[in-house]
Design a protein around this ligand. Structure first.
Ligand SMILES: Cc1ncc(C[n+]2csc(CCOP(=O)(O)OP(=O)(O)O)c2C)c(N)n1
Ligand SMILES: [Mg+2]
Length: 275
C-alpha cells in the first residue's frame, strides 16, 4: 500500500480542519461544526484503497464528514463556501458542516438523524448493486434501524462496506456506559464478516480484502482530538495517528504537511477575500 498517498489525503483533511478550528474560534464560522481531526486515516485509507481497486463507490457520510468528503476528492472550495453558508457551497449553503455532500463524487449528505444514513445506504445499494460505503459513528451504530438494515444487506449479499468510526464517544458518553456489545460481533451475528481494528492504514487496507464481494463491517478504533462540536480540546494527551504516521514516514511527510498547509490556507484566504 502506498502509505504516503494515504498520508497526503489525511494531510489535506488535517490541515483543512485546523483552519476551521481557527475560524470557529474567531467566529468567522458561526454554525455547529464537527471536526474530523484525529480520525482522518479512516477515510484517507478507505479512499486510497478503493480508488486503487478502480472503484468509484457511492458514499454515505454522517455529521463528522469533512475528512470523508476531502479524502474522496470532494471539492475543497465548495466545502469552504458551505461552511461559510454561501449558495456556492457543496450543499447550497443550506447544509453546513453536518450535511455536506458532493453530487460529482457521489457523496450523499446526512440529514442529521443519527444512523439514518445506514438504512438509506442499504436501500440505495439494494437498488443499484453499486459498490457502496457507509460511515457511522459508534453511537449512531446503536440505532435500531441501523441493525435491521445490516440484516437486509447480509441477506441480500450487497456490495456494501459498513465503516464504524469508533471514537468511543457519543458526544461525551463513553461506549462502556452505553452498551456491553460490539459492532463486529453484531455483524457476525448477521452472518457478515465483521472486524474490530485500529486506524493504522496498513490494517484498514488489509481488512478491505473482500470489500464489495460481500457485505463487510469494519469497526475502526480511532481518537477524536477536539470537542464533539466546535473548537476545543477534551484531552490534550490523546493519541494522534497523524503525528504517529508523520514520525514514521519522516521528512517527506513533514514536507507534504507543510505544502498542504500552505495550499489549504491559501484556498481559505482566497474565498474569504471574496466576501
Ligand atoms: C436520532 C438522534 N439522536 C440524537 C442526536 C443528537 N446527536 C448528534 S451527534 C450525537 C453523537 C453521535 O455520536 P457518534 O455516532 O459516535 O458520532 P461521533 O460524533 O462520535 O463522530 C448525538 C447524540 C441525533 N442527531 N439524532
Ligand atoms: Mg462516536
Amino acid at each position: 500500500m502506498d502509505r504516503l498517498q494515504v498520508f497526503k489525503r489525511a494531510s489535506l483533511s488535517r490541515n483543512f480542519d485546523e483552519v476551521v478550528f481557527e475560524k470557529l474560534q474567531d467566529k468567522t464560522i458561526a454554525y455547529p461544526t464537527y471536526l474530523s481531526v484525529g480520525q482522518e486515516f479512516i477515510s484517507a485509507t478507505i479512499a486510497q484503497t478503493v480508488y486503487g481497486m478502480g472503484i468509484e463507490p457511492d458514499i454515505f457520510i454522517q455529521h463528522r464528514g469533512h475528512a470523508t468528503y476531502l479524502s474522496f476528492d470532494g471539492d475543497i472550495v465548495q466545502l469552504i463556501d458551505e461552511l461559510l453558508g454561501r449558495k456556492s457551497g457543496c450543499a447550497n449553503g443550506m447544509g453546513g458542516s453536518a450535511s455536506i455532500h458532493s453530487k460529482e463524487k457521489n457523496i450523499f449528505g446526512h440529514d442529521g438523524l443519527m444512523g439514518s444514513q445506514v438504512p438509506i445506504a442499504v436501500g440505495h445499494c439494494y437498488k443499484t448493486k453499486h459498490p457502496t460505503i457507509v460511515h457511522m459513528g459508534d453511537a449512531s451504530a446503536e440505532e435500531d434501524y441501523v441493525l435491521g438494515a445490516m440484516g437486509w444487506a447480509s441477506t441480500k449479499k450487497l456490495p456494501i462496506v459498513f465503516i464504524v468510526e469508533d471514537n468511543n464517544l457519543s458526544i461525551l458518553t463513553e461506549k462502556r456506559v452505553r452498551r456491553n456489545w460490539e459492532m463486529h460481533d453484531v455483524a457476525r451475528a448477521f452472518k457478515m464478516r465483521g472486524y474490530d481494528i485500529s486506524d493504522d492504514p496498513v490494517e484498514i487496507k488489509n481488512y478491505m480484502y473482500c470489500a464489495f464481494d460481500e457485505p463487510i463491517l469494519l469497526n475502526i478504533n480511532t481518537h477524536r482530538k477536539f470537542w464533539h462540536s466546535g473548537a476545543g480540546i477534551d484531552d490534550e494527551n490523546i493519541f494522534d495517528r497523524y503525528e504517529e504516521e508523520k514520525k514514521l514516514l519522516g521528512s517527506i511527510a513533514e514536507e507534504i504537511h507543510q505544502q498542504t498547509k500552505i495550499k489549504v490556507e491559501n484556498a481559505w484566504k482566497k474565498q474569504l477575500d471574496k466576501q
